[in-house]
Write a protein of this length. Structure first.
Lengths: 277, 398
């Protein structure tokens, strides 16, 4: 009796977990087939359910690549994302190296300051940035958006590089120095290859962050600087067309690609560590 | 400790950290400082009427201002009339003393080019409201560069003409309702994330490695997917002609004319925000759960505890650090959530951040800044709690 009750409990719990996972991923999964809908509806047509090939089409994808606005948005997203990531990665990596050195004064304070942009609600950041950058003449410019995105991206780089530095064996640098390497060579040839995993992971996170960011762009961007999420924002709020679903699908696939890269980097790093030992 | 490191050895770490610290100071801290100033500073009237304001600052407020003050004001409003900026000033003063908008244009037109020794009488003849002390006090008040008026408005308070602070009429109290609603949503979303997220974290921590990796990816992909893509998906699922309603109608649980309204209201906000924030509970909880040695549960069982007892007395207490950090993070993030409620929230699912964006759009910058400062301070206080409790440096991304 007790055992039967226990099994029922376990079954209910398993069902609950499965439902939880469905809740988490269903929104992503449902969009993908619907983006191939031949009809301009947001729901499965009977043809789609019968797996009738006529019910599916690539027209919404064609729409994206034939629309001037979307093409410009894609271009803008990559342009802003790449520059913001470069700034964030250089500044973030240097800062992580400094931050992980116990000789840095006010370490805890500096660390808190550096991650403060990502713990501040994005709407508050956007309001501050909007007033200040507009006063400086950076409103409706690429530079303004790039600087703001670099600022919210750098903390991610600091966090991931710090994580790889936590396992870094500093005697390696001393060994390099004793073999005649100057500090720059020692950094470039010994430390950088080992922390590169953290640098690349951080750069990817900073890029995704810029790529998805819409609140700052909402206030700062003029018509010329509109990014993919900014176009989606208008698309959803004005007249929602299935083109949005196609864009959402591409974004989801893009994230999966990036995460697989990160995962591969991680396992590569683990192997690297093993062979170094 | 400090004596151990000479100044020279500190140069390297300082010069490494300095570029980012300077960058963040300029691109982040200065904008925030400027925003705080914006919330208390308003120079519109002060800049438009510089001479009048200088003289009024020495005025006692008991008797009518002197001839000199009247003369300065007359000169300045004629200039403003020519620059077509008088209307804005009239509007600003009218917010302090209502029913005075028409005074300005009328007076400016009639005093233009007038030669008189007695400006007081001239102006009072044009409009007898110039003999009213209230109007002059209003001008003086509107001309103050620093004031707390945005903050008063942001918490539904108002300052009466005699300077006393009181609550505004019940029907117009929008902001306090929004703060309460935001806290309510944050609480409900946090609880939902805990209830749904804990079993998920448990499942990831206690399955074979291959399955566990796939399950973890199921958390990470939504975590990193664009909030707008996720909001779009929720529209597709929840709208009245959407996938869920269609399915329920199809299996005849609900009639076609009785479709559920799951979106563009509070329900939509709660559902979508819970999904958006779920990974923030799952990831730290999973990290802690996977470090609990399985031998502890076996030890508890061998000492006679049934599984429920073993869970409550042995497992749950050890998982608390991860759970606490996840929940607090979700609560903090909920307070500033903007995109999701804006898209799926309709009117009754809007939060305080949506009000900030509204005031930016309608050019009420001071008010937007004041509400932002209030949100920022609340979040800051919560972070201090967070740091005391679990440590901000424990934030992990993957």
């Amino acid at each position: 009796m007790d055992r039967a009750l226990w099994n029922i409990g376990k079954g209910v719990l398993t069902l609950f977990v499965v439902l939880g996972f469905i809740f988490l991923v269903a929104p992503l999964i449902v969009v993908i087939p619907l983006s191939f809908n031949a009809e301009p509806y947001f729901t499965f047509t009977e043809g789609m359910l019968r797996l009738d090939s006529e019910a599916y089409s690539l027209r919404w994808y064609r729409n994206i690549f034939e629309s001037e606005e979307w093409l410009r948005a894609i271009q803008n997203s990559f342009f802003i994302g790449v520059f913001a990531t470069v700034f964030a990665t250089i500044l973030g990596t240097l800062a992580a190296l400094g931050l992980n050195d116990p000789r840095l004064p006010f370490r805890k304070f500096v660390g808190a300051l550096i991650i403060s942009p990502i713990v501040t609600p994005i709407i508050v950041v956007a309001v501050g940035v909007y007033f200040f950058y507009t006063d400086l003449g950076l409103g409706q410019t690429y530079l303004g958006i790039i600087l703001a995105h670099a600022m919210i991206g750098a903390p991610y780089v600091v966090i991931t590089v710090s994580a790889t530095l936590a396992n870094f064996d500093y005697t390696l640098l001393r060994a390099a120095a004793s073999l005649g390497a100057n500090p720059w060579t020692a950094f470039r040839r010994v430390q950088l290859p080992i922390i590169s995993r953290g640098v690349i992971t951080g750069a990817l996170f900073a890029f995704i962050n810029s790529f998805d960011e819409v609140v700052i762009v909402l206030f700062m961007a003029g018509l010329k600087q509109r990014t993919i999420p900014r176009e989606m924002w208008s698309g959803i709020r004005e007249e929602i067309s299935p083109t949005i679903l196609a864009v959402a699908t591409l974004l989801i696939l893009f994230v999966i690609l990036v995460l697989i890269t990160v995962e591969l980097l991680k396992s590569f790093g683990e192997k690297h560590k093993l062979s170094a030992n | 400790m400090a004596a151990k490191h000479g100044i020279k050895s500190r140069i390297r770490p300082i010069s490494l950290a300095l570029p980012l610290v300077a960058f963040i100071a300029i691109t982040f801290l200065m904008p925030l400082g400027n925003m705080i100033k914006e919330s208390v500073y308003d120079a519109e009237v002060a800049d438009a009427l510089p001479n009048t304001m200088r003289l009024l600052n020495n005025w006692d407020g008991v008797e009518l201002p002197t001839e000199e003050v009247f003369r300065a004001l007359a000169e300045e409003i004629v200039v403003l009339q020519e620059n077509r900026t008088l209307g804005k000033i009239g509007l600003r003063v009218n917010r302090v003393v209502s029913g005075t908008r028409s005074v300005w244009g009328k007076t400016a037109r009639r005093v233009k080019g007038i030669e008189t020794d007695d400006m007081i009488t001239t102006m009072v003849e044009i409009d007898d409201r110039w003999s009213d002390l209230m109007l002059w006090q209003g001008i003086k008040k509107a001309g103050q560069r620093y004031s707390a008026k945005n903050y008063l408005q942001a918490v539904d308070l108002t300052r009466g003409e005699d300077g006393s602070i009181s609550r505004i009429d019940e029907g117009r109290r929008v902001y306090n309702t929004l703060y309460v609603r935001t806290l309510y949503v944050a609480t409900v979303v946090t609880l939902l994330c805990l209830v749904i997220g804990y079993p998920i974290a448990y499942a990831i921590a206690h399955t074979p490695p291959t399955l566990s990796k796939i399950l973890l990816l199921c958390v990470l992909v939504p975590f990193w997917t664009s909030l707008l893509a996720r909001a779009t998906s929720w529209i597709v699922l929840l709208q009245s002609q959407g996938v869920i309603n269609d399915f329920l109608v199809w299996i005849r649980i609900i009639p076609d004319d009785g479709r559920l309204s799951l979106i563009y209201n509070m329900t939509g906000t709660l559902i979508a925000m819970t999904q958006n924030l779920l990974p923030f509970v799952v990831l730290p909880t999973y990290a802690v759960l996977s470090s609990i040695p399985p031998t502890y549960m076996r030890a508890a069982a061998s000492l006679g505890a049934n599984p429920v007892q073993a869970f409550l007395r042995v497992y749950w207490p050890q998982s608390l650090p991860g759970v606490a950090s996840g929940c607090l993070l979700v609560f903090i993030l909920s307070i500033g959530f903007f995109i999701t409620p804006a898209i799926v929230g309709g009117t009754d699912g809007q939060l305080i951040s949506n009000m900030i964006a509204y005031h930016i759009d309608t050019n009420h910058w001071g008010l937007a800044a004041a509400i932002s400062v209030i949100v920022l301070l609340s979040v800051l206080i919560l972070y201090v709690v967070f740091d005391r409790w679990v440590g901000v440096d424990k934030l992990k991304l993957s």
